[in-house]
Design a protein around this ligand. Structure first.
Ligand code: NAP
Length: 189
């Protein structure tokens, strides 16, 4: 069975989007780092994505993807979209979208089963990630820190993370100046 991973990019001050949901700080970011140990950024997302068997996101994230990305980027992988509303479907061939309006603990077993040997990717946002965290369902947190400070925006988690501090597993610096932090979520008790 794969792990449940919350993988995202965040600013240095812990935001995953501007308050108006825009992502220019990430999509238009240009930076570099040629210090010791710098790894190529190119290909790192693809390597992560190859190991993903299913994805889950909230409706705000879904809306952003529909509005900003020309074709559904997760075609061929089961994708849960959490929402209490009726939302449009993309036209992309292979899009496998499952709208759900339920507690994440109730949905998690079928998501994990659909992911098979691969991982379940909690795409976000912070609202959905916090629901998984509250239920102790996140195994790993992988944050790519972008050296940008926004001062306000949508948070990585939208509430306090209970339990002991996260356990750092690894970190790596990319040639873009972004740093990936990989944490294991330690269960309390
Ligand atoms: N930087 C990154 O890597 C990254 C990653 C992911 C997202 N983002 C950004 O983060 C922002 C969105 O984050 P967010 O925390 O505001 O929102 P979100 O988690 O994407 O969506 C929250 C919404 O989803 C619906 N929902 C959540 N849980 C539900 C449940 N259990 N059952 C039914 N519906 C449920 C609710 O809306 P309704 O019921 O009204 O539909 C809720 O308001 C977007 O701008 C997105 O682009 C950035």
């Amino acid at each position: 069975m794969g792990a449940t991973q919350y993988y995202c990019a965040a600013t240095l001050d812990g935001f995953i989007a501007e308050a108006d949901d825009t992502l220019d700080w990430l999509l238009k970011y240009e930076g570099s780092f040629d210090g010791p140990g710098a790894e190529p950024m190119k290909g790192s997302y693809d390597r992560f994505y190859d190991d993903v068997g299913a994805v889950v996101m909230g409706s705000a994230t879904y809306q952003f993807v529909l509005d900003e990305v020309s074709s559904w980027p997760y075609a061929g992988k089961p994708a849960w979209v959490l929402t209490s509303r009726e939302l449009p479907l993309p036209e992309t061939e292979g899009a496998d979208i499952r709208f759900a309006n339920a507690a994440v603990a109730e949905l998690h077993p079928e998501m994990v089963a659909a992911a098979g040997e691969r991982h379940l990717w909690v795409i976000g946002g912070g609202n959905v990630a916090s629901q998984f965290a509250d239920e102790g369902l996140i195994d790993e947190l992988l944050v790519t820190v972008v050296p940008v400070v926004l001062g306000e925006g949508k948070p990585l988690f939208d509430r306090r993370l209970a339990g002991p501090p996260l356990q750092l597993v690894s970190s790596r610096s990319f040639d873009t100046g972004m740093v990936e932090l990989r944490y294991e979520v330690v269960r309390s008790g």
